[in-house]
Ligand binder design. Structure first.
Ligand code: ADP
Ligand code: MG
Length: 682
């Protein structure tokens, strides 16, 4: 007897070769096979009499082949099989291209079902390349057909037949991860029915019922997993912070904070005074001034005799924060050290000693902050900047270094509400929805590669006016095994220097440079010693050079919209009019639509929503940047209501049965969900 773990070769028609092809789709077992859901459906249920066929209409026709089909070779590589089919209302001329075998398969006098697009009117109706099968067979016509994502060596029909067999063998063996009580309460169908209907829906209504259940299941498990992993933090208490007067901090700032910044700080001060560990996300668009909000929290920690650590995703960013914040903090009598992986042994040892003794009240660093040898005297506040760049596990590794420290999460990538609900499900959120005064609109253009010369001319003009420019070129994905962005960036920079801008100062910075070197190049750029900085995406987050006014992104189509928005945020930070030029030769409609969004809006939240809609949640953070399992059925841009319902259900289940003792299947699935990705959530 086959079961869910049976190899797909059990299926009739799947031999060694096809099994190999199926593996490329992630299908090894019968469970994998029946869990391989269609990506779309083709409704082939409409039947028409020939006389009722409208020009351009797609429908099924049951008709008899009137005479033996003819085969003709029009020219090399083009064979036509032609036939005339009739029903009691009329005749239909049918042509097949390059399917010579049909000449002998379709017999005169027999009736078939043809499904295709009708053309012509009145007396001369025709159909080209219809799908054809014997009348009544109802395998590929007369029903809602699933459409599966394919790979070489696997056809739709093959998958349809295989899935049908797979379902017949084990639809009743599927363990249901939704406990019966929850299933009934939320009026969800049984799992076997859901699997059957998601593949072969009898009607739209039944498809909707199946889909609703599967989406619920996915979101329910995700919510349960997150809540369980997070419940550790819940119920914790800590000493309430007493000293939260920050007037001297405000007085030291060269500008007055925006209302939104003040509100965020207010939220934080209330949290830390509450006697429970803070769990707060500060979300604000690029340039909204989140750093100062974090600084306020760090000063507050020091005033309460506790240490604060701020973790940034790159050395560049950590160093920039350090350069910017250390003088401010020190002027308020708060000591601050830097800790990065790239720093020398001696300096590192010094920093570690100061952290362990408590001499350093604050530290700014990279994930070096969580390495095993870092010991804090009394870590009371953890700030993570650009949170989306960290695996969620890294965040909790840092909080584990203190005794229930307060947690402040900063995110510049505006996360669509739907996703935020999941990822930050039980964080409190402060939104900085106001930019500091005087910011200008950044003019954004999407242009093809043929504009390079014009782009270079434009750069020259801006530089002549005293400004500076970034050119981003990242020919390879950052998450490739061995990123070769160095080569792309250095070669491009060399070409620009020698052939395009011999009279200007071109520099290059990339992710694989030693941090000292990187720092030197960035500092030189910040000091206006170079005009053009060719870079990989290392400048993506946080870098602040107000004199830079042009951001050129090569191969812009390779980036997500949110990433482009981040890159664009590197310019327009000073008083000068700034520009962003997105270069791409990719003419695909979807790509152009995406880049167009950039030229139309500067609103990070809208861009993030678009990104989510166009690319799906899997891509949203870039592969390596989040620890969430991929969602298969749920579409976060439209399943919000169901998401809330699933979350409520998850909460209630955990209240009744925190260890999921009565729901072993559920518990097991959650376990799998979070171990498969390698990263744990919290
Ligand atoms: P982000 O939210 O992207 O991290 P930053 O904290 O880097 O933004 O701030 C961007 C720039 O705006 C910095 O140069 C910072 O000094 C400046 N800034 C922050 N707050 C204000 C303010 N209230 N008024 C004027 N400038 C500000
Ligand atoms: Mg920032």
């Amino acid at each position: 007897m086959p079961d869910l773990t049976t190899n797909v070769r059990y299926i009739k028609g799947i031999g060694e070769q096809r099994a190999k092809s199926l593996q490329k789709l992630g299908i090894y077992t019968l469970r994998d096979l029946i869990s391989y859901f269609p990506r779309a459906y083709d409704d082939r249920r409409t039947f028409r009499k020939i006389k009722d066929l409208q020009d351009g209409e797609t429908a099924c026709v049951e008709a008899m082949v009137a005479a033996a089909p003819t085969l003709s070779r029009v020219r090399k590589g083009l064979e036509l099989v032609k036939l005339r089919a009739v029903d009691e209302t009329g005749a239909l001329d049918i042509t097949f291209f390059n399917q010579a075998y049909l000449k002998d398969n379709l017999r005169a006098g027999e009736t078939y079902t043809f499904f295709g697009k009708a053309e012509g009117a009145l007396t001369r109706k025709s159909m080209a390349n219809p799908i054809v099968e014997r009348e009544g067979s109802r395998l590929m016509t007369g029903r809602i057909m699933p459409i599966y994502p394919l790979t070489a060596g696997i056809s739709q029909l093959m998958l349809v037949k295989a899935v049908e067999q797979g379902l017949a063998a084990c639809r009743d063996l599927l363990p249901d991860p939704i406990p019966d009580g929850v299933r009934m309460e939320h009026q969800l169908c049984r799992i076997g029915y859901a699997y059957e209907q998601i593949h072969f829906p009898r009607s739209e209504e039944e498809l909707a019922i199946a889909r609703r259940r599967l989406v619920f299941e996915e979101l329910f498990l995700l919510a349960l997993g997150l809540k369980r992993l997070r419940s550790r933090r819940e119920g914790l208490t800590c000493a309430a912070w007493a000293h939260t007067d920050l007037s001297d901090f405000y007085a030291r700032l060269p500008f007055s904070l925006t209302g939104a910044q003040r509100r965020a700080i207010g939220d934080i001060l209330r949290d830390v005074a509450s006697g429970r560990p803070m769990n707060r996300l500060v979300q604000g668009d690029v340039g909204s001034g989140k750093t100062m909000v974090a600084a306020a929290a760090m000063v507050c920690a020091a005033r309460n005799g506790r240490q604060a650590a701020m973790m940034a995703p790159t050395e560049l960013l950590a160093e920039q924060h350090y350069r910017g914040l250390a003088p401010l903090l020190e002027s308020l009598g708060v000591t601050c050290v830097l800790l990065t992986g790239g720093m020398g042994v001696k300096k590192r040892r010094e920093a570690l000693a100061k952290l362990a003794s408590g001499e350093a009240q604050t530290v700014i660093g990279t994930h070096a902050l969580i390495s095993a040898d870092v010991v804090y005297q009394d870590l009371g506040l953890v700030v993570t900047d650009e949170q989306h760049r960290f695996g969620v596990g890294q965040r909790s590794a840092l909080t584990a270094k203190g005794e229930s420290p307060h947690l402040l999460v900063m995110s510049a990538t505006p996360i669509p509400r739907t996703l935020a609900l999941i990822i930050y499900g039980d964080l409190d959120v402060s939104i900085i929805d106001e930019l500091p005064p005087g910011r200008q609109k950044i003019d954004t253009f999407a242009v093809p590669g043929s504009y390079h010369q014009r782009v270079y001319n434009f750069l020259r003009k801006e530089i002549a006016a005293g400004r500076q420019a970034y050119i981003i070129c990242s020919m390879v994905e950052e998450n490739d095994a061995i990123p070769d962005d160095r080569k792309a960036a250095t070669e491009y920079a060399a070409m620009l220097q020698t052939q395009v801008f011999p009279d200007l100062r071109v520099a290059c910075v990339h992710g694989r440079m030693k941090s000292k070197e990187k720092d030197r190049v960035m500092a030189a750029f910040a000091n206006r010693e170079t005009d053009i900085l060719v870079s990989t995406t290392v400048v993506e987050v946080g870098v602040d050079v107000p004199n830079a006014t042009v951001m050129v992104v090569e191969d812009a189509d390779r980036f997500g919209l949110s990433q482009l928005h981040q890159l664009r945020g590197r310019v327009g930070r000073g008083q000068y009019k700034s520009y962003c030029i997105l270069i791409s030769d990719n003419r695909a409609e979807e790509t152009r639509a995406r880049l167009k969004v950039m030229t139309k809006t500067a609103d990070g939240f809208r861009i993030a929503e678009e990104d989510l809609r166009l690319r799906g949640p899997g891509d949203f953070f870039g592969q390596r940047q989040h620890g969430l399992p991929a969602l298969k059925v749920a579409d976060l841009s439209c399943d919000v209501a169901l998401l809330k319902e699933a979350q409520t259900a998850a909460e209630r289940l955990l209240e009744r049965d925190p260890e999921l003792k009565d729901a072993p299947v559920t518990a097991q699935r959650i376990e799998l969900l979070f171990t498969a990705g390698g990263d744990t959530l919290n």
